[in-house]
Design a protein around this ligand. Structure first.
Ligand code: FAD
Ligand code: SIN
Length: 519
């Protein structure tokens, strides 16, 4: 049994920022970070465009960033959360810089601000087109310099520990407090008990429930599923954001992203015949918010029957392009695309979870001592559709808010006592992994086909019926099998898909990233 003051599940920007803030402020507190793959594997690592933040109050304003966020969110944002994130963002960006994160500068030596869809000003700070990689590396380096943080990579959080795991659970069944988590150590195959006074879920997104996604394979919604099973409120799951421009190249999975900043730099969306179409859908053209651009592309593809549309960069300053987007240029060059003469084939792909585990303005869930932060949480910032590059910013600001609240609470929390170890009922190793991998694939395809950019009641009903079969098969397997990460991920993906479907069925109004035919 392990015992810590703070247990952080996830090592992306949200988990690392929170852990660093607590540990550096209070060297006596012990902090454990649990992460299921290598320590740097995360959505954060792949972020391209950057962090949207208002730093130049002569050319930009908090009010403008707030209005852009509200407009993208289509009337569903929580104004308090939006105001907090926008106005507290600059200080957190400064903190990142003090931890060593390097952002690109212009010729005058000032931070270079990129432009992305839905923003009325240039305000996206970036490190070339690998901003997330830079942030992740520097946060990890800072974490390794902080002695009271212990990192457990290749450790998989299986379940949160709450009252219903306690020995006299009948008495406690109405209460909801988190005491830590059961963690599968991939090296030993054993499930260990990690007790903590405060637990932070920072497990990232759910993109892997879709066949076409920009998200890496870790993005299976484990935190949302665990929180749901523990009794947490989960909201706005129907608002899945599809990024308009994932590279159309079926051999690469997950899909490689062509950053929105490329359109901010002047790239144009065209059909196969080389004709622009975005102005037919929105006055902001290529720089309309993502929901609008993704639906426009979907509509063009449905009309033309083509597999993809194209990004034309041939008119751009390709020397400057190479400086800003070296990683994207390399990727397209590697598959034989010459930007002077060829257009980049692109399609929308599942990209971001706007909803998640419901938290208050301090990042607290409805379960005592359980916080959530980053993409797995729903703070109210994004409403029905996230504004580009607001996600890294949200993770930074809410990590700070979670940290402040945690410090205020920690002194009064008693370490739990009568927590039993994990009771693994299953005894057999699944002989055929295909039983798991096939169902994972089937789930991804059904979500792609029936629960995508455009939904309908008929498609959702089909999705629900088929998911029920996958659920029953997987539960049968789960009851008799020794637990494995593959099996747990599949169960979590089923839980997440099921919430997306049911919340989509309940929604009666098209908003932001949600669009259902016939309403
Ligand atoms: P993540 O960075 O995804 O970290 C989650 C962590 O939890 C990982 O370490 C994972 O291994 C761990 N984990 C998950 N489940 C478990 C489990 N069961 N047990 C243990 N550990 C677990 N946003 C922007 O604002 N700007 C951008 O430019 C931008 N570009 C993007 C480009 C791409 C290709 C993608 C995919 C996303 C982009 N986003 C961008 C979104 C942004 O990167 C993410 O929303 C953000 O990084 C999420 O951070 P996080 O800390 O919440 O989660
Ligand atoms: C991008 O670079 O287009 C991704 C930005 C984001 O997801 O916010």
């Amino acid at each position: 049994m392990y015992n810590y003051d703070i247990l952080v599940i996830g090592s992306g920007i949200a988990g690392l920022t929170y852990a660093l803030k607590v540990a550096q402020k209070s060297p006596n507190y012990t902090v454990a970070i649990i992460t299921k793959a290598d320590e740097n594997e995360s959505n954060t690592k792949y972020a391209q465009g950057g962090v949207a933040v208002v730093l130049d109050l002569l050319k930009d304003s908090f009010e403008s960033h707030i209005q852009d966020t509200l407009r993208a969110g289509d009337g569903f944002c929580n104004l308090e959360a939006v105001t907090a994130v926008v106005t507290e963002g600059p200080a957190m960006l400064e903190k990142l810089i003090t931890w060593g994160v390097d952002f690109d500068k212009n010729k005058a030596g000032n931070l270079d601000f990129g432009l992305e869809g839905g923003h009325s000003k240039h305000r996206v700070v970036h490190h070339q087109d690998i901003t997330g990689f830079e942030i992740e590396q520097k946060l990890l380096a800072e974490m390794h310099r902080t002695p009271n943080i212990e990192m457990f990579s290749q450790h998989f959080a299986v379940e949160l520990i709450t009252e219903h795991h306690l020995k006299n659970s009948a008495e406690n069944s109405a209460l909801k407090t988190c005491f830590g988590a059961y963690i599968l150590n991939a090296k030993t195959g054993k499930i260990d008990t990690f007790l903590s006074k405060i637990t932070l879920l920072a497990t990232g997104g759910v993109g892997q429930v879709y066949q076409n996604t920009t998200n890496p394979i870790i993005a299976t919604g484990d935190g949302v599923a665990m929180a749901k099973r523990a009794g947490a409120l989960i909201e706005n799951m129907e608002f899945i954001q599809f990024h308009p421009t994932a590279l159309y190249y079926p051999q690469i999975s997950p899909s490689f992203l062509i950053s929105e900043a490329v359109r901010g730099f002047g790239a144009l969306l065209k059909n196969k015949a080389g004709v622009r179409f975005m102005n037919n859908y929105d006055e902001r053209g290529e720089l309309a918010s993502r929901d609008i651009v993704s639906r426009a592309i979907d509509s063009e593809l449905k009309q033309s029957g083509d597999d993809c549309v194209y990004l034309d960069c041939s008119h751009l300053d390709l020397v400057a392009f190479k400086k800003h987007f070296p990683n994207i240029l390399k990727q397209v060059n590697d598959i034989g695309i010459d930007l002077k003469t060829d257009m980049i084939p692109v399609v929308p792909a599942a990209h971001y979870l706007c909803g998640g585990i419901k938290v208050n303005l301090d990042g607290q869930t409805n379960i005592t001592n359980l916080f959530a932060c980053g993409e797995c949480s729903c703070t109210g910032l994004h409403g029905a559709n996230r504004l580009a590059s607001n996600s890294l910013l949200e993770a930074l600001v809410f990590a700070q808010r979670c940290y402040l609240k945690s410090l205020a609470l920690l002194g009064d929390i008693q370490a739990p006592k009568n927590i039993p170890n994990w009771n693994d009922a299953g005894t057999t190793n699944p002989k055929e992994l295909i039983l798991i991998t096939h169902n994972r694939h089937e789930l991804q395809v059904l979500m792609n086909d029936y629960v995508g950019i455009i939904r309908s009641d008929e498609r959702l009903e089909r999705a629900a019926k088929r998911l029920q079969i996958i659920f029953e098969e997987t539960e049968t397997l789960y009851k008799k099998s020794v637990i494995s990460p593959q099996l747990i991920e599949l169960r979590n993906m089923i839980d997440v898909a099921s919430i997306i479907i049911s919340q989509s069925q309940q929604r009666k109004e098209n908003k932001g990233a949600f669009y259902k035919l016939g309403i």
